[in-house]
Every structure is written in C-alpha cells, then in structure tokens.
Design a protein around this ligand. Structure first.
Ligand code: GAR
Length: 188
C-alpha cells in the first residue's frame, strides 16, 4: 500500500477528489496526512470528514521556513509517505522538504505551463485573451510552478469569465490528478 500526503491551503476540491479516489480504490493508496498552512481553511474540515489526520500550522509561528518544514518532514517520515501531492498549496517549498522528498513531489496548476505561473493563472490568462486554457501537473522544484511537466490537458474557451474557466478547469483537474497519481504509483 502506498501512502500519499496532500498539501492544501484552501477549499480542497482536489484533496476531496484524491481522497475519494483512494477510498474507491481508483488510486491504490491512502491519504495518510493532509498538510495545511492556513488555520481555518475549509480543506481542514474536509479532511476531518474523511478521517484523515491533519498537520495544520501557521508559518508566522515559526522563525523560518526551515523550522516548519523540519516539522513537516518528521510527520511525513512517520507516515512513510511515498508521494506528496500539492493541491492548491500556495507556498514555494524550501530545500528542507525538497531534499528530503526529492523526485516525490508533484503539483497541479490551472494553466498550460510554462504560461501563466502564480496564484492568478486563470485571471491572467483571461485578461490576456487566451482561447485555449488548460491544466498542468508537474514535478516540483524550487521555482514557482516550475519543474518538469508530467501531464497536461487543454480545453477551448472563448468567453471572458474567469469563474467559468475555473469551473470547467476544476472538473478536468480532478480527473487528471487522480489518473496521474495512479500512473506515477504504478511506475517501477
Ligand atoms: C486549483 O485550481 C489548483 O490548480 C490551484 O489552486 C486550486 C486549488 O483548488 N493551484 C495553483 O494555482 C498553484 N499555483 P482546490 O483547493 O479546490 O483543490
């Protein structure tokens, strides 16, 4: 049995999709821990509903990124985590986590990378007049939304409403993330 860690900062719809897929056996793993850097984020309640242990912290309570990432690494080691899935975790990882879990961290981003990095990818793409949007899953390095691409899925949209793009993209994200995680776990 593989063990996943999901990192999230917000609503947690991707977290729910992954947790459900594990429960239903679509992903052959369990979510052993959900890590959240925003006390009060809705994803924490979602994790409780699934009975998944959480590590919730406020970065401001620590003297450095190294300090809280050391605590995270200890918790992940205890759970023998095979793969870390960032799912709306709005924080750049530091060397403590990146070195401890090298080649074991993936992220999902709501654009066709390397276009439109950052926290407002969909809004930026709409403002630019983009007609083909998309979702990217990639390995994580020390750059914002950087790292080698694993999977991408594009969809056409000719309107100008970011909320609509988010809605279309969300459904694709959930499917693509579940498929990609299962594929990675199956790789020798
Ligand atoms: C997702 O759309 C994900 O692609 C995005 O945050 C959202 C989280 O939604 N991530 C990034 O923008 C990373 N740069 P969720 O909390 O409902 O899963």
């Amino acid at each position: 049995m593989h063990h996943l860690a999901v990192f999230a900062s917000g609503t947690g719809t991707n977290f729910v999709a992954i947790a459900q897929a594990c429960q239903q056996g679509v992903i052959h793993a369990d979510v052993a821990i959900m890590v959240c850097d925003k006390p009060g984020a809705p994803v924490i309640e979602r994790a409780r509903e699934f009975g998944i242990p959480t590590l919730v912290f406020n970065p401001k309570d620590y003297p450095s990124k190294m300090a809280y990432e050391t605590e995270i690494v200890q918790a992940l080691d205890q759970k023998q985590i095979d793969l870390i899935c960032l799912a709306g975790y709005m924080r750049i990882l530091g060397p403590t986590l990146l070195h401890a879990y090298e080649n074991k961290i993936i992220n999902i981003h709501p654009s066709l990378l390397p276009a439109f990095k950052g926290a407002h990818a969909v809004e930026d793409a709409v403002a630019y007049g983009v007609k083909v949007f998309g979702i990217t899953i990639h390995w994580v390095n020390d750059q914002l939304d950087g790292g080698k691409i694993i999977a991408q899925r594009a969809f056409p949209y000719e309107g100008s409403d970011p909320a609509e793009v988010h809605l279309i993209g969300q459904k694709i994200e959930h499917q693509l993330y579940v498929e990609t995680i299962q594929k990675i776990l199956c790789e020798p």
